[in-house]
Design a protein around this ligand. Structure first.
Ligand SMILES: [Fe+2]
Ligand SMILES: [Fe+2]
Length: 156
């Protein structure tokens, strides 16, 4: 695997993180209704964790000699995700849960693809993946259903 391929995967992950940050911040400011302060706190906390992810990815991309995606035009070319802004709190939670599940799938794939080609990058992605699983669980718990927040996928 070429270093450029790793940089491209990391930039896709970073672009998705940047959209997730905007979405969490948007929901943080807009959420209303019963128990809205608990949701405000959760959206704020999760958004800040996504900021750390975006920074970690940028640092690694930089170290590998790439340019971390930052400009809005480049962002549009790197991710298909857009900020979802539903009006109901539970729809906000579901929209974020969708993005967390997508992140879990992407990070799982990228860890497999990069593997031993770049063990340090792989370890960084594993640390991020563990936090995305926590996020999915937190959001799923808020929805109060027994459904699994994400499915573990068989290796290989
Ligand atoms: Fe993240
Ligand atoms: Fe997350």
């Amino acid at each position: 695997m070429q270093t450029q391929e790793i940089i491209d995967l990391l930039n896709k992950d970073r672009a998705n993180e940047l959209i997730a940050i905007l979405q969490y911040m948007n929901h943080h400011y807009r959420v209303t209704g019963e128990n809205f302060t608990a949701l405000q706190d959760m959206f704020k906390e999760l958004g800040i964790v996504e900021m750390r992810h975006a920074e970690k990815l940028a640092e690694r991309i930089s170290l590998l000699g790439g340019e971390p995606v930052s400009r809005t035009d480049a962002l549009k070319e790197t991710t298909n995700l857009t900020v979802q802004d539903p009006s109901q709190p539970n729809q906000m939670v579901e929209a974020n849960l969708d993005y967390e599940r997508m992140a879990i799938n992407d990070y799982t794939d990228h860890i497999k693809m990069i593997g031993s080609n770049d063990p340090v990058t792989t370890r960084i992605l594993e640390d991020i993946l563990a936090e995305e699983e926590e996020h999915a669980n937190n959001l799923q718990s808020w929805l109060g259903t027994d459904e699994n927040a994400f499915e573990l996928r068989a290796a290989g």
